[in-house]
Design a protein around this ligand. Structure first.
Ligand SMILES: [Fe+2]
Length: 331
């Protein structure tokens, strides 16, 4: 969906766009993977995204190293890294911030803020004990508050940012807490978050791109999971009434780019940051891959390019999207 009025197009262009949108091409997982693109010229903003990374194992380290390697090859500053939740699996001792975040993600290669959202594992108690103890999300908020010099940025369970480029807002990022399951967000918090989301969208923005970022995907092609109606209820009105270009989630430990009937947004899942991978369906809705990796985004006012990159630095899938909602698959 786009608020931009449609531009008249020729019949030939209409056929071309139909091909670009075709599910079979979007789902063409057989296309050969080449090295990720790193030459984007001097303009625009670069972001990385990854999720479900807090596994403190060799897979987390492999993705972290691949992100750092890619960032060095880019030779352009990263504006931010988007951390899509399930940030710490297992017991949450304070040293983990230093070992599993500050040192794990090379500060020289990735010197930018990491904007964080919370996943279901971030709602677990810190040591799984029976006595009252804080949840992992609480210590993550505290860490961000007490360490303003850290790249770990997490001001609240839900928040919004405008990321500027050359002095102008380029991306409005609305970060949500999709933990609507029993024992996570309270009924009052759910109402407050919906009001926040409505208010943020009503405010409008000069940024040409507006994204939603949350942990649980409303739509998925993970074999053991289904589309999530409870999460869709949180974002549905926003997606249907506002020109949101990307809905970015994790939770499913794989990589996906889906086009869903009735919605204009690109639905991306980047939950392959370290936790054991989940199998994917081969789907008519788009690209799905059971592989560790992360996303790179390059944004300018007129184009968004996205790459899904594995731990070897190969680009598994790439597309570009235009402000009028057109999507073109590149790889
Ligand atoms: Fe999760």
């Amino acid at each position: 969906m786009s608020l931009v009025p449609p531009v008249p197009i020729t019949r030939r262009e209409a056929i071309r766009r139909t091909l670009l949108f075709s599910s079979s091409l979007l789902a063409a997982n057989w296309l050969p993977a080449g090295p990720a693109a790193t030459d984007f010229g001097p303009d625009g903003m670069h972001l990385l995204a990854f999720g479900d990374f807090g596994s403190k194992n060799e897979n987390q380290a492999a993705v972290a190293q691949a992100m750092a390697r890619f960032a060095r090859q880019l030779r352009r500053p990263l504006t931010a890294v988007l951390a899509l939740g399930d940030n710490f699996y297992g017991r949450m001792v304070p040293e983990r911030f230093e070992r599993d975040f500050e040192r794990m993600y090379d500060a020289a290669a990735l010197p930018c803020p990491f904007h964080v959202c919370f996943g279901n594992h971030d709602y677990e108690p810190v040591s799984y004990g029976h006595s009252p103890e804080p949840a992992k999300w609480e210590v993550q908020l505290d860490y961000a508050r007490q360490h303003p010099q850290s790249r770990w940025k997490c001001p609240a369970k839900w928040y919004a940012l405008e990321l500027p480029q050359a002095g102008r807002p380029l991306l409005k990022l609305i970060v949500l807490d999709s933990d609507v399951q029993e024992g996570a967000l309270t009924p009052q918090e759910k109402v407050a978050q919906m009001r926040f989301l409505e208010a943020e969208l009503a405010k409008g923005t000069k940024a040409p791109w507006t994204w939603l970022m949350l942990h649980h995907p409303p739509f998925t092609e993970t074999t053991k999971r289904r589309d999530n109606p409870a999460v869709l209820r949180v974002v549905e009105e926003a997606l249907k009434k506002h020109p949101i270009s990307v809905c970015l989630a994790g939770h499913d430990h794989n990589l996906q780019h889906l086009k869903v009937d009735g919605y204009g947004a690109s639905f991306l899942i980047s939950g392959a940051g370290g936790a054991d991978r989940y199998e994917v369906n081969e789907s008519r809705r788009g690209f799905t891959r059971m592989e560790f990796g992360f996303n790179h985004f390059h944004l300018t006012p007129t184009e968004l390019r996205a790459q899904f990159i594995n731990v070897d630095g190969a680009c598994l899938h790439a597309f570009r999207r235009f402000p009028d909602g057109r999507v073109e698959v590149l790889t």
